[in-house]
Design a protein around this ligand. Structure first.
Ligand SMILES: NC(=O)c1ccc[n+]([C@@H]2O[C@H](COP(=O)([O-])OP(=O)(O)OC[C@H]3O[C@@H](n4cnc5c(N)ncnc54)[C@H](O)[C@@H]3O)[C@@H](O)[C@H]2O)c1
Length: 393
């Protein structure tokens, strides 16, 4: 970047789990990638003392409690929304109207209607040169990006089956307390939106196909939970002893569907898969080859070359740590693994580069809206005894 390019001021809204991960990425992106300079201006949270402590620790110049004042500031150019889902639409629409570039965490919104309003706001802002993305960060894991390239190069061919699952177990303990993640009015849905949104995005991103129809189901295994300290920065919280509150979202969800190319899709998400901490897997089986990815081993992707008919054929482990692999060359010498947090750095590097170059940013709000439509279709099917529904085009 030219020395004279003014730096972009960033404000992050929410200082807990994602606020911390995003702070880490903002602090490091310019050190490793050739992107426009940024300044970590303000970290915003409801609790002033906690926001101030987090701001100091994570390298922010200031902290604040009122995001409305922050989006009006001339020295803030990027609003990065790390607050619960129900707040995404209000903040993103206001920030776009105030002329800011916007990042929202996934899922984009808590309803299709809100996602549509956000997309409309972005369409107007885009005409003014603004950028907006939904942070489906797993696209930016190098092994996933390499898988995408292998698919684009035709190594998989026509897809027959895609199986994707995202399994956690933090709700198996009935004393895990209520939190915003378990209230429909704050989160939109449970495992479906939280984990399923990542899967739907990854499947459609990797395959460049849409999901045309599906049947799905939802299950809430524990319908009441104690209120209590749900923690700030910890998903699980530290245990609840207050009065019971009704859980209004799903604990687990599934869908069987069809891809626009004719392949079959299976999705499964759960917060009740005992022993699975944060296991996201995706398997793609095509006419020419197959690919497997598991987030627990995120530096590798497994490839089966169906064109190789030698006796030694089998799934081959590709260690995605070479400097000519996506993103990797910006980090360490060949062969040195990287981690979960790096995907956020890569996503922000992509975002800053599109702002500088004036090229479209991704994952776009239009893509986020399509994910929201698939999630809604799964809910619609579940409400109709899992009958097959057509996903809006
Ligand atoms: N990309 C990923 O892999 C990933 C992982 C986890 C969560 N998320 C998403 O990130 C978002 C935030 O989740 P989280 O896990 O960080 O939640 P969290 O509970 O850890 O943090 C939420 C933050 O929002 C803040 N907040 C709430 N209301 C606010 C208000 N009115 N003004 C300012 N701040 C407010 C809270 O103070 C807190 O700092 C959600 O959309 C979630 O789905 C994404």
């Amino acid at each position: 970047m030219a020395e004279s390019t003014p730096s972009l001021g960033v404000a992050v809204i929410g200082y807990a789990f994602m606020g911390k991960a995003h702070s880490h990425a903002w602090r490091n992106v310019g050190a490793f990638f050739d992107t426009p300079a940024i300044e970590q201006k303000v970290l915003v949270g409801r609790d002033g003392a906690r926001a101030a402590a987090a701001a100091k620790r994570y390298g922010w110049q200031e902290s604040a409690t009122d995001w409305r004042k922050i989006i009006e500031r001339d020295d803030v150019h990027i609003i990065d929304v790390c607050a619960p889902g129900v707040m995404h639409a209000e903040i993103a629409i206001a920030a776009l109207a105030a002329g800011k570039h916007v990042i929202v965490e996934k899922p984009m919104a808590t309803s299709v209607e809100d996602a549509e309003r956000m997309q409309e706001a972005f369409a107007a802002a885009s005409a003014r040169g603004q950028h907006a993305i939904v942070n489906f960060n797993y696209r930016r894991v190098p092994a996933v990006a390499l898988a995408k390239k292998l698919i684009e190069d035709g190594r998989i061919g026509e897809l027959r089956h895609v199986r994707a699952s995202y399994l956690q177990d933090w709700l198996t303990d009935p004393n895990t307390p209520m939190s915003w993640r378990l209230r429909k009015d704050e989160a939109g849905s449970g495992a479906l939106g939280d984990l399923g949104s990542h899967l739907v995005d990854l499947v459609t991103h990797l395959t460049a196909e849409s999901i045309t129809d599906l049947s799905g189901g939802l299950r809430t295994f524990i319908t009441e939970r104690p209120t209590g300290d749900s923690g700030d920065g910890s998903i699980k919280g530290s245990g609840g002893s207050g009065p019971l509150e009704t859980v209004t979202v799903d604990d687990s969800a599934w869908a069987h569907g069809t891809l626009s190319g004719g392949g079959l899709l299976q999705l499964e998400v759960s917060r009740f898969a005992l022993g699975r901490k944060n296991e996201m897997t995706i398997a793609l089986y095509g006419e020419r080859g197959s690919l497997l990815f598991n987030l627990e081993n995120l530096n590798e992707v497994w490839f089966f070359d169906g064109q190789n008919d030698s006796q030694e054929q089998g799934f081959r482990r590709i260690l995605v740590t070479e400097s000519d692999h996506p993103y990797v060359g910006k980090w360490w010498p060949d062969g040195h693994i990287i981690g979960w947090e790096h995907a956020f750095v890569h996503q922000f590097a992509e975002f800053l580069t599109s702002i500088a170059d004036g090229t479209p940013s991704s994952p776009s709000f239009a893509e986020g809206l399509r994910v929201q439509q698939v999630l809604q279709s799964i809910e619609d099917s579940a409400a109709a005894d899992s009958r097959t529904v057509t996903v809006p085009a």
